[in-house]
Design a protein around this ligand. Sequence first.
Ligand SMILES: CC(C)(COP(=O)(O)OP(=O)(O)OC[C@H]1O[C@@H](n2cnc3c(N)ncnc32)[C@H](O)[C@@H]1OP(=O)(O)O)[C@@H](O)C(=O)NCCC(=O)NCCS
Length: 162
Amino acid sequence: MALYEWQRGEYRITTDPAQIDLDVVHGFLTTSYWAWGITRDRVARSIAGSIPFGLFEGDRQVAFARVISDCSTFAWLADVFVLPDARSRGLSVWLVETVLLHPELQGLRRWSLATRDAHSLYARFGFVGLATPERLMELRPGNAEAGGPAPSSAQQGGRLQP
Ligand SMILES: CC(C)(COP(=O)(O)OP(=O)(O)OC[C@H]1O[C@@H](n2cnc3c(N)ncnc32)[C@H](O)[C@@H]1OP(=O)(O)O)[C@@H](O)C(=O)NCCC(=O)NCCS
C-alpha cells in the first residue's frame, strides 16, 4: 500500500509503519483502559497488520491511531490516543479527520469502533450507536497476554478495542 503524509503547521501525520515509535505506542497502550498489559510484540504485530497513523510534533510522536480494513467494504478504527501533554489542541479531531480522508479508505460500507467515553469525538464525523446491535456478535478468547481492560474498568464492561 502507498504511504501517505499530511502536514499541519509543526504537526505531521504519516502512515509509514517504519516511522511509528513503538516505545510511544506500546508505552501508552499497555496502560490504557482497553489494552492494559498488552505486550510490545503484540503491539508491533498489530501495527504490521494495520494501516497505522502516527502524528508527530517535529520528531516526536504524540498521537496514534490505526485502521484494520479490507479497503473495500469495512474498516475498524482502533487504538486512538494523544499523549497527555499534547491534548486539547484539536489533534485527535485532526487525526480522525485524516483517517477518514485516507485515499484507500473511501467508499466503504461501514466504519466501526469501540469507545468508553469519547463518543462525542466520533459523533462529529457521523459515527452513531449501533442501529441493530442484535445482529452483531463477538468472540473473546480470553488470552491474558493479549492485553485487556484495566483493573479499574474490568467491572464496567470489559475490553472495548482490539
Ligand atoms: C480522547 C483523546 C484522544 C482526545 O484527544 P485530544 O487531542 O486532547 O482531543 P481534541 O483536542 O482533538 O478534542 C477532542 C474533542 O472531542 C471531545 N471529546 C469527546 N470525548 C473525549 C474524551 N474522552 N477525552 C477528550 N476529549 C473528548 C472534546 O471535548 C473535544 O471536543 P471540542 O473540540 O468540541 O471541545 C485523548 O484525550 C486521549 O488520548 N485519551 C486517552 C485515550 C482514549 O480515551 N482514546 C480514545 C479511545 S476510543
